[in-house]
Design a binder for this molecule. Structure first.
Ligand code: CA
Length: 229
C-alpha cells in the first residue's frame, strides 16, 4: 500500500528525522522545505500532509486554507506555538490534528497512523450475523435474510450510525445530534420511536434484539457481529 506523505518543514533536522521514522514504518515520504514547493508537490497526490506552521515563505495556516478549498487530504500541523488559542485556530482552518514542538517522532508516527485509519474510505457494504443483515450505504439499502427492507431516511441513518461502530454506546442526545442535526433535549425520546421501528424491521424478535441493544439509562449500542470480509 505504501501511503505517500508530504512533509512541508523548513528545519532540515526535523524533516529528516520525521522522514526516517516514517520510512521505517513503510511510508513513502517526500520533503518540501518551503510552502511554495510543498503546494506544487501536492498536485502529485499524497495521502497525508505534515505541515509546519512557521515557514519562511507562505505560512502553514495559509497553505491549509488554500488546500481546504478543494482538498480533503488529512493534515497534521506542526506548531511551536503551544497555547490553546493557536491550537484551536489550527484545527479551525482545517488541520485534522496538530503536534506541538518539540515532539517525539514516535508520537507523530502514531498520530499519522491514527489519522490515516480515520480517513480511509469506509466500506460501503457491511454484513452482520453471517449475512443476516446487510447494510449498503452507497445504495441506501438494507437487507434482512436476503429481503430488501423499507427504511425511512432517518431509520437508515440511525442504523448506519450505530452499525458503523459496533459496541459503542450512543446516548439518545448524541444520536439526535448525529442523525437529525440538532440537539435539543426533549427530542431525544424520538430516537426511541425510531429504534422501535427499526427493530420491527430487522429483528426476528424485537423483544430480544440481536442488533440494537438498549443500554439502560444511557442509550443504545449495536451488537450485531460483523462478518469477516
Ligand atoms: Ca519552521
Amino acid at each position: 500500500m505504501n501511503e505517500r506523505i508530504l512533509v512541508i518543514e523548513d528545519e532540515d533536522k526535523i524533516s529528516s528525522l520525521v522522514k526516517a521514522y516514517l520510512e521505517k514504518e513503510g511510508f513513502n515520504v517526500v520533503i518540501a522545505n518551503t510552502g511554495e514547493k510543498g503546494l506544487s508537490l501536492l498536485k502529485k497526490g499524497f495521502d497525508l500532509l505534515i505541515l509546519d506552521l512557521m515557514l519562511p515563505d507562505i505560512d502553514g495556516e495559509e497553505i491549509c486554507e488554500v488546500l481546504r478549498k478543494d482538498s480533503d487530504i488529512p493534515i497534521i500541523m506542526l506548531t511551536a506555538k503551544s497555547d490553546e488559542e493557536d491550537r484551536i485556530k489550527g484545527l479551525g482552518i482545517g488541520a485534522d490534528d496538530y503536534v506541538v514542538k518539540p515532539f517525539s517522532p514516535k508520537e507523530l508516527v502514531a498520530r499519522v497512523k491514527a489519522l490515516l485509519r480515520r480517513s480511509r474510505p469506509k466500506k460501503s457494504v457491511l454484513s452482520f450475523n453471517k449475512g443476516d443483515l446487510i447494510i449498503d450505504t452507497e445504495r441506501f439499502e438494507v437487507k434482512k435474510s436476503g429481503r430488501v427492507l423499507n427504511l425511512t431516511q432517518t431509520e437508515f441513518k440511525l442504523l448506519q450510525c450505530l452499525s458503523e461502530r459496533p459496541g459503542q454506546v450512543f446516548s439518545r442526545l448524541q444520536l439526535v445530534n448525529l442523525i437529525l442535526g440538532y440537539d435539543f433535549e426533549g427530542y431525544d425520546r424520538t430516537i426511541d420511536a425510531h429504534v422501535k421501528n427499526i427493530r420491527h424491521k430487522i429483528e426476528d424478535n424485537p423483544r430480544k434484539p440481536v442488533y440494537i441493544k438498549t443500554v439502560y439509562g444511557i442509550g443504545y449500542k449495536f451488537i450485531g457481529i460483523r462478518d469477516e470480509d
